[in-house]
Design a protein around this ligand. Structure first.
Ligand code: SAH
Length: 346
């Protein structure tokens, strides 16, 4: 299915001119689309133009919010969205002092099958279109007010670089000054480390903040928890990260989820520091969120602090991420699964 939100400004302009409409209509239409307004409410757009878009297959609503859960602990809001084909995805709005960040999904399910993640439990269902990715932000802004979403992280379900074309189209649209206009610095892309695509991304001029889910300091441990480690070694991942930094001059972030007894020893901290030394990067630590279906546990709070201190002692730039929305199934893919198992879209 095709959606109005899939279109870049230039693509919309071409369609508008092709149907014989004047150029000033492009801006009017793009502004409605960016605000999630449906054909019926686009008051200044002639019906003939709407009919032209409908006739070539453009749907006006890629996605709608069907459930909202608000954390009593920290105000985090979790959403379930329904897609037009009945699939369901989830997202999280996190409230920080400096603004709101929306965590966005790029695929229904995921084929990376990391041992600790709920998103990959049923494999990949399908890629999201650029409009279905953008539509998550538009739907949240439509519900809570324009500009509610200040920052975006591609950290929901799916592997963004495994859905490359739709993801880069999304990156173009989300920062378009005529559209949502979210600054490039406000967009983070998280990947399990598809090295060829990381290089391609910056070669093609895309410069989101790159977050790499490393989670292990060597291949042996990484292979136990991330199947992608059989394709790329940790050295290849770090080389691609250095390349990304050299091209974009943007500091790369390594995600490291601490799993009790798996990747949280002092030796691991030393190996990690050795692996990533020598270029501007940062490590984000988080204790693994336990997922019911996965037999792995998060490192205890006290031990997480120890691991952080070891890294600091080795001069690694490191922060501890707060685990947000713990009372509303904050971890990837958990809410969607619970929902589907409980009977699906009502
Ligand atoms: N596929 C991308 C983005 C989606 S996952 C990636 O791999 O980066 C977003 C982040 O959440 C990743 O760092 C992922 O490894 C992490 N994650 C997944 N399940 C988790 C869990 N149960 N506890 C803590 N982090 C988890």
């Amino acid at each position: 299915m095709k959606f109005l939100q899939d279109l870049t400004y230039n693509e919309l302009e071409k369609i508008t001119l092709d149907c014989g409409m004047p150029k000033y209509r492009v801006g009017q239409l793009f502004s409605w689309i960016t605000r999630g307004v449906k054909y019926g409410e686009m008051s200044n757009i002639p019906q003939s133009m709407k009919d032209a878009l409908i006739n070539i297959g453009y749907n006006d609503e890629p996605i709608r919010i069907i459930k909202t859960l608000e954390s009593k602990l920290d105000g985090t809001v979790k959403f379930l969205y329904a897609l037009q084909d009945g699939n369901v995805i989830e997202g999280v709005l996190m409230k920080y002092k400096y603004g709101n960040t929306l965590c966005v999904s790029t695929q229904v399910g995921c084929r990376m099958n990391c041992a600790f993640c709920a998103s990959g439990l049923d494999g990949l269902v399908r890629n999201l279109t650029a409009g279905e990715i953008l539509g998550q932000i538009i739907a949240v802004n439509a519900k809570y007010g324009e500009k509610t979403v200040g920052n975006v992280v591609l950290m929901g379900s799916g592997e963004p670089l495994d859905n490359y074309d739709n993801t880069v189209k999304f990156l173009t649209n989300v920062s378009d000054p005529k559209g949502l206009n979210i600054s490039k610095r406000g967009v983070s892309l998280s990947t399990c480390g598809l090295c060829d695509k990381m290089r391609r991304l910056c070669d093609e001029g895309f410069t989101p903040t790159l977050t790499i889910s490393l989670h292990a300091p060597n291949d042996e441990i990484r292979k136990k928890i991330m199947p992608i480690a059989n394709r790329y070694t940790v050295n290849e991942v770090v080389d691609a990260a250095r390349y990304y930094f050299n091209i974009t001059k943007r500091r790369v972030i390594f995600e490291y989820s601490l799993i009790s007894g798996v990747n949280d020893t002092e030796e691991c901290a030393y190996e990690l520091a050795r692996l990533i030394k020598g270029f501007p990067c940062h490590v984000n630590l988080i204790a693994l969120n336990s997922v019911k279906e996965r037999a792995l546990n998060g490192t205890s709070k006290a031990h997480v602090e120890k691991f952080k201190a070891w890294l600091e002692g080795l001069k690694v730039s490191v922060t501890l991420r707060r685990s947000m929305g713990a009372d509303i199934d904050g971890a990837c893919g958990q809410l969607r699964r619970k929902f589907i198992k409980g009977g699906g879209v009502q």
